[in-house]
Design a protein around this ligand. Structure first.
Ligand code: FMN
Length: 469
């Protein structure tokens, strides 16, 4: 059964012992940062801070943390197995379900307009990382925009820095759906601000869909419906025709003027580094609607973070869908510690050049090539989800002069802190499948492993005989 709203999901997590309520007063200046960092690094539960200094609004954070189980539960799957969650995700997004428009809903229980439409006092002002340039009310705010020609909606998650009670930054990278709508709007309506809305605390599948990339149309609303197996209910905004989830905790409505930009950050990013160098759009709030006793939803970004988990949840299926028709590709994996920059491919190699071709296909792809910078390809016997197995394959199969493919000066997200020139990165492909064809040309066999699976199986079958516990 899909969850009606975020509160129902919170209840389920709590019943399963996967959520902690924190009644003690916490200081949003440093303490929420410290607790969430510790909890997520150590694989802990979701946390609901009920007593946050300076506001009566509780803060829900680390809803998914680094837990595949909590991600699975968002889709009503009780498993920790990433591969089965991915398979179900890929199946469900094949069948999006359009949202249903309703007249009203809980997110309209309170409507603040004019001078009352201010975040001050209502929104907790959290400094999520030491070194952040300000408070970030938006770490999991879902920005809703509409294509100015077709009306098709986009939902995306973009960080938002506090500027005043009625103004935030909005850091949308140019290739994101929201930024593309704004660019189109500026051409069609020069000098006019574009209406937007930002949703906090909707059904968990809406959050997962908003943080992931999809072919569009339809909008993320419909993908969220597909993921939860039932349409989400939406209501019309007060100030525009935009549609937002009826059960959301808080909704900010407002305007973004194309071309109006200012400095954003520093902000602790999912790579683990402070991003010092961004400029962002400005969002001016015109109306706030919210539930009675709203719960604020956010997360610590940094590393490790649930943002990294959501990113990989959405990105791995995109890569797999692109590569699964390529000859020889068996599976792909993006380890969480690779922060989306690293891809491991399992391949059955049958022809010379096949591995290089697939590596170049990844780097050249417009959707994924700007993020992924290291691709390692291993043969089919290697468990791509086991870092030790992959490291063993690289250590024992690779000669650096022969098996590395290095492509300098490629487009790469500026969030990669190792860059010395912004947005330029060097791609690295590692062919760790072994030089089968070189051996063949030399008339030699590829070296045999010294493991003997038959002997191992025979010993296992009579294991009790040895009395080893
Ligand atoms: C927690 C989280 C934070 C994110 N922050 C940003 C951000 O500040 N700026 C940005 O451009 N993308 C950010 N992203 C990535 C986009 O939300 C993501 O790529 C999304 O798929 C955009 O989809 P769209 O192009 O449909 O809007 C973030 C994603 C997550 C999960």
């Amino acid at each position: 059964m899909p969850y009606k709203d975020m509160r129902e999901f919170v209840d389920v997590l709590e019943k399963k012992g996967l959520l902690s309520r924190i009644g003690a007063e916490v200081d949003p200046e440093w303490e929420i940062n410290g607790v969430t960092h510790t909890v997520t690094s150590e694989g802990g539960p979701a946390v609901l801070f009920e007593n946050v200094k300076g506001t009566s609004t509780p803060v829900l954070s680390e809803l998914f943390g680094r837990s595949w189980r909590r991600l699975g539960l968002a889709m009503d799957l009780d498993t920790t197995d990433q591969v089965s969650i991915r398979a179900e995700w890929m199946k469900r997004i094949e069948e999006p379900i359009d949202p249903v428009l309703v007249d009203s809903g809980p997110c309209k229980e309170n409507i603040l307009t004019g001078e009352r439409a201010s975040m001050d006092g209502l929104f907790p002002m959290v400094r999520w990382h030491e070194g952040d340039g300000g408070y970030y009310p938006g770490t999991l705010g879902m920005l809703v925009t509409a294509d100015p020609e077709t009306g098709d909606q986009n939902v995306g998650c973009y960080r938002m820095m506090y500027r005043s009670g009625t103004e935030t930054g909005l850091m949308m990278q140019p290739f994101q759906g929201g930024a593309q709508h704004l660019e189109k709007w500026s051409r069609l309506h020069p000098g006019v601000a574009m209406p937007v809305a930002v949703v906090f605390g909707a059904d968990p599948c809406y959050v997962l869909a908003g943080g992931s990339k999809f072919d569009q149309p339809p909008s993320e609303d419909a993908y969220a419906g597909g993921l939860r197996g039932e349409a989400i209910e939406v209501v019309t905004c007060e100030d525009s025709g935009l549609k937002v989830p009826a059960n959301a905790e808080l909704v900010l409505e407002g305007l973004v003027m194309p071309g109006e930009m200012d400095k954003d950050g520093p902000f602790g990013e999912f790579t683990g580094f402070l991003d010092h160098q961004s400029r962002c759009n400005i969002f001016r709030i015109t109306t706030i609607t919210h539930r009675d006793d709203p719960i604020f939803h956010g997360e610590r970004e940094g590393y490790p973070s649930e943002g990294g988990l959501i990113y990989i949840l959405g990105m791995e299926p995109v890569v797999l869908a692109k590569l699964q028709s390529v000859e020889g590709v068996l599976d792909v994996h993006m380890p969480l510690s690779g922060v989306g920059f690293e891809l491991i491919i399992s391949m059955r190699v049958t022809s010379r050049g096949q591995v290089r071709q697939v590596i170049q296909e990844v780097f050249g792809d417009p959707d994924v090539g700007g993020y992924i910078k290291h691709v390692t390809v291993v043969g089919e016997g290697i468990d791509i989800r086991n870092r030790d197995d992959v490291a063993w394959a690289v250590a024992t199969h690779v000669q650096a002069d022969r098996d590395l493919l290095i492509i300098p000066r490629c487009p790469q997200t500026s969030l990669d802190a190792s860059q010395t020139r912004r947005n330029w990165g060097t791609k690295l492909g590692i062919d760790a499948t072994g030089p089968i064809f070189d051996y063949q040309e030399e008339g030699q066999d590829f070296p045999s492993l010294c493991d003997d699976p038959d002997i191992k199986a025979r010993v296992k079958a009579q294991w009790d005989k040895y009395g080893i516990t």
